[in-house]
Unconditional design. Structure first.
Length: 396
C-alpha cells in the first residue's frame, strides 16, 4: 500500500465549506482515507509539506475541444492536419490541462472520436492526463453550427440514429447543437436549428443508455426547447429569459457559461486574424451573455465551469481565467471554486470519486501559493498536481 501525507497551510475542500487551516490529508492507494491535523503524521507515509501554501481539489473543466488548437481561425487546422499531427496535438493539450491544475475535463465536440480513444488510453495506462468525459462529434443539422467537426442529422429518425451511433462508439455524453453559434460561417447565434422533437429524440436515446446530454444553445427559443426536452446542461446560454431560468431551476438544469470564449474573440479581434464573421457575432452577443450569466447566478441556477478551450486564442492552460471573469461579474469567490470542483463533478456524474477533498474520494489535488478566495490569479501558477494520488507536477 502506497501512503502519502500532505501538509496544508489552507485546505479548500470544494464543498463550499469554510477553509481549514493546518490540515493534513492521508492518501492510501490513490484515495483520501483521512483528514486530520497536519501534526498527526501517520507512520510509513511519504510526506509532502505544503504548510505555507493552499491545497484544493483539481479543477474540472466541463467544456473543452481536445482536438482544437487555440488558433485565430480553426478551419484551416481541420482541413490541413493529418490524424498523426492531430493526435500529437491532443497529447500536448492533455499535458497542458494537467499541469495547469485541471484533473478532469469534458470534451464537447471532437472529430473522429479522438477524445474517446484518449480516455481509453489513459484508463489503460498507455498515456497520462486528466480524466476525460467525452462526447465524440457533436450532433448538428446539415450545415448547422459545428458541422465541420460534427455528425449531421435531420429529422427525428436521423437524430435518434445519430445519438445511438455516438453511444455505440462509447461516448459518455451526447452533445447537440440547438442553435447557431459564433464560430460557424452562415449561421446566427440566435437562430434555432434542431426542432424540439429532434432534441427530444436525442435526449431520450442518451438517457435510455444512462448518458448525460449537453447542448450548445445560445438563442432563447432553442435554449427553452432544449430545457423542456430534458437536456442536462446548457452550454453558453447567451440569451436567457426569466421563463428559461425558472424552468432550469425547476428541472435542475446546469448552465456552463464559457464566458472566456467570446471574451478572447472580442479582445483579440480582426488584428489577430480571427475571421470577421466571428468577431462581429461575438461583439454582438457579448453584453447579453454577461447579463444572462448574472441573472442565472442571482436566481440560483446550477452552474459548472467550462471554458470552450480551443476556440480562437482561448488557451487550454488558462482554465483559471474563467473563474476570474465569474468573480468580476459578481460571483462570490467560494461559489466560483465550487463551480470548478464539486458542482462540475456532479454535472459530469463523477462526484462519487472526484470534485471534493473528502474521505473515500480520489486524491485529485492541486497546490497553489496563495488563497484563491483572496486572489483568483494564484490559480494561474499551480505548483503541484496530484492525479489519483500520484504527483504529476512539482514546482517551487
Amino acid at each position: 500500500m502506497v501512503r502519502l501525507f500532505i501538509k496544508t497551510g489552507l485546505l479548500i475542500d470544494g464543498t463550499g465549506k469554510e477553509p481549514i487551516r493546518n490540515a493534513g490529508i492521508v492518501i492510501e492507494d490513490g484515495k483520501i482515507s483521512d483528514i486530520r491535523s497536519m501534526e498527526m503524521v501517520p507512520d510509513d507515509c511519504m510526506v509532502y509539506n505544503y504548510s505555507n501554501q493552499t491545497v484544493m481539489p483539481g479543477m474540472i473543466n466541463c467544456h473543452i475541444h481536445l482536438d482544437m488548437p487555440p488558433v485565430a481561425d480553426p478551419f484551416p487546422y481541420y482541413r490541413d492536419l493529418n490524424d498523426v499531427e492531430k493526435t500529437l496535438g491532443c497529447l500536448e493539450r492533455l499535458d497542458r490541462y494537467l499541469c495547469s491544475g485541471v484533473t478532469y475535463v469534458r470534451s464537447l465536440g471532437c472529430e473522429n472520436y479522438f477524445d474517446v480513444k484518449f480516455r481509453d488510453a489513459i484508463r489503460k495506462g498507455l498515456t497520462y492526463g486528466p480524466g476525460i468525459v467525452c462526447s465524440g462529434p457533436n450532433l448538428c443539422m446539415t450545415g448547422g453550427h459545428g458541422w465541420f467537426m460534427g455528425l449531421e442529422c435531420d429529422g427525428v429518425d436521423e437524430c435518434r440514429k445519430a445519438a445511438r451511433t455516438l453511444i455505440k462508439k462509447g461516448v459518455d455524453c451526447v452533445k447537440f447543437m440547438a442553435t447557431g453559434g459564433v464560430m460557424t460561417p452562415l449561421v446566427e447565434p440566435g437562430s434555432q436549428q434542431f426542432s424540439f422533437e429532434e432534441m427530444q429524440a436525442i435526449i431520450e436515446e442518451a438517457h435510455k443508455a444512462g448518458k448525460k446530454t449537453a447542448t450548445h444553445a445560445q438563442g432563447s427559443q432553442g435554449i427553452l426547447d432544449a430545457v423542456k426536452a430534458g437536456v442536462d446542461s446548457v452550454e453558453h446560454g447567451i440569451f436567457l429569459t426569466d421563463e428559461i431560468i425558472d424552468l432550469m431551476l425547476k428541472k435542475g438544469t446546469f448552465l456552463v457559461p464559457t464566458l472566456v470564449a467570446p471574451f478572447y474573440i472580442s479582445k483579440n479581434g480582426l488584428k489577430a486574424g480571427i475571421p470577421e464573421y466571428a468577431v462581429r457575432k461575438s461583439d454582438a452577443v457579448g453584453p447579453s451573455h454577461i447579463e444572462s450569466f448574472k441573472k442565472a447566478y442571482r436566481a440560483g441556477v446550477k452552474i459548472a465551469l467550462g471554458t470552450d478551450g480551443g476556440t480562437p486564442l482561448n488557451p487550454h492552460e488558462a482554465t483559471w481565467f474563467e473563474l476570474k471573469l465569474m468573480t468580476e461579474y459578481g460571483v462570490k469567490p467560494m461559489d466560483a471554486i465550487v463551480y470548478s470542483t464539486g458542482n462540475a463533478a456532479k454535472l459530469l456524474n463523477i462526484d462519487k470519486l472526484y470534485g471534493t477533498i473528502e474521505n473515500g474520494k480520489a486524491a485529485d489535488i492541486i497546490v497553489i501559493d496563495e488563497n484563491p478566495l483572496d486572489n483568483m490569479e494564484t490559480l494561474s501558477n499551480v505548483k503541484a498536481v496530484f492525479k489519483d494520488g500520484k504527483l504529476y507536477k512539482k514546482g517551487g
